[in-house]
Design a protein around this ligand. Structure first.
Ligand code: SAM
Ligand code: SF4
Length: 343
């Protein structure tokens, strides 16, 4: 596949995008596939119905649409999913978008991955222009890891992480805190990160899509999850942000930084700068709402010319905040899983 010519200079209208609450929107997350080789219990149901192939955008289409978003003022793009590295020819998309980091049109291109295929992609990611990636890892104990992911092999992810480090990628580990499942993994994960020069971010589980069991049983507020860390280290808030929702802390005696993503216990919507493009060609302006704008048909009919007005409509409709609840018996905020929208 040759995308090199598919993406030519577009008129730049990068005065920037703002939503109706005045928030600057310059961060795009793209879910390049809803498919995945794992079935994490907080993310997916055991049996999942994935989108038929004919409904998903080609990688060329994703690149061209992303280009238009860049021309409108997007400065950062994160590729996510589903598992982005299971999409065939993923490298073509990484190279196509990486060109814009090299040209200065984008500040950053990053990836969120479960790491199972990272060993064979790590060098390509660097070559394409990525400097840092997020890797999801909820446990260092192989049995707990296999339980959370419903059969995942920890060794593959650890191998992928080593490859990423050797390739020179800056790595942040993402860990979803789950009550009764991985509380005792938090300190080992922190030690693992410290030894390798990685950062660690803990995430509260969000009520997205139906899963087996109750979210309320899984939910572990981060204030509880970090209790063992606080027994060992003093936490000092850092001003630094990386464009996402995490708040960062320095830890006394360690180089590793700790990020906390607390959508439930501390809502971060006031400074949300994000929008999301799914592999189905929809723009979602909020992870926690069903409202979306469908770009695919307009794009296929009118090319990039069809994108701008829909993008404006999406901006105007961005909600002020999500209204997540993990109270016992509460319905999920959305029917779609995080893997559809891109985490
Ligand atoms: N497959 C890749 C991975 O696992 O990193 C990328 C997609 S995954 C949907 C992106 C991130 O969302 C992961 O860090 C995952 O742990 C997180 N995630 C998935 N479902 C979630 C949920 N319901 N609540 C909170 N985080 C979730
Ligand atoms: Fe797959 Fe990532 Fe969801 Fe786990 S969190 S099931 S790895 S998409």
């Amino acid at each position: 596949m040759d995308m090199a010519n598919a993406i030519d200079t577009l008129p730049n209208t990068a005065s920037g995008m703002r939503d109706s609450f005045g928030r600057r929107i310059d961060y795009l997350r793209i879910s390049v596939t809803d498919r995945c080789d794992l079935r994490c219990r907080y993310c997916m149901d055991e049996i999942m119905q994935f989108l038929p192939k004919r409904e998903i955008l080609t990688l060329e289409e994703i690149a061209i649409i992303a280009e238009r978003f860049i021309a409108r003022g997007v400065r950062r793009i994160r590729l996510s999913g589903g598992e982005p590295l299971v999409r065939r020819d993923f490298a073509d998309l990484a190279y196509a978008l990486g060109r814009h980091v090299k040209s200065g049109a984008l500040d950053e291109l990053t990836l969120t991955t479960n790491g199972t295929q990272l060993a064979r992609h790590a060098e390509m990611l660097v070559e394409a222009g990525m400097r840092r990636i997020n890797v999801s890892l909820d446990a260092l104990d192989p049995a707990i890891f296999a339980h959370v992911t419903r059969g995942g092999e920890l060794a593959k992810v650890l191998e992928g992480l080593e490859a990423a480090r050797e390739a020179g990628l800056k790595v942040k580990i993402n860990t979803v805190a789950l009550r009764g499942v991985n509380e005792d993994q938090v300190l080992p994960l922190l030690d693992y990160c410290e030894l390798r020069g990685f950062d660690l971010t803990l995430i509260e589980t969000m009520p997205l899509g139906e899963i087996e069991g109750q979210r309320s049983d899984q939910f572990l507020p981060l204030i509880e999850a970090i209790a063992p860390i606080r027994e060992r280290h003093e936490l000092t808030p850092l001003q630094e942000r990386t464009g996402g929702p995490a708040r960062y802390f320095a830890l006394s005696g360690l180089n590793a930084r700790l990020g906390l993503i607390t959508p439930l216990s501390h809502n971060f919507c006031a400074d949300c700068n994000r929008m999301r493009l799914t592999c189905q060609g929809r723009i979602y302006m909020c992870l926690g709402h069903e409202d979306h704008v469908d770009l695919k048909a307009a794009f296929r009919e009118n090319g990039v010319a069809g994108i701008d007005s829909l993008l404006d409509r999406a901006l105007a409709a961005k909600p002020k905040a999500h209204d997540f609840s993990v109270a016992q018996g509460a319905a999920p905020s959305t029917r779609r899983h995080m893997s559809v929208t891109g985490g």
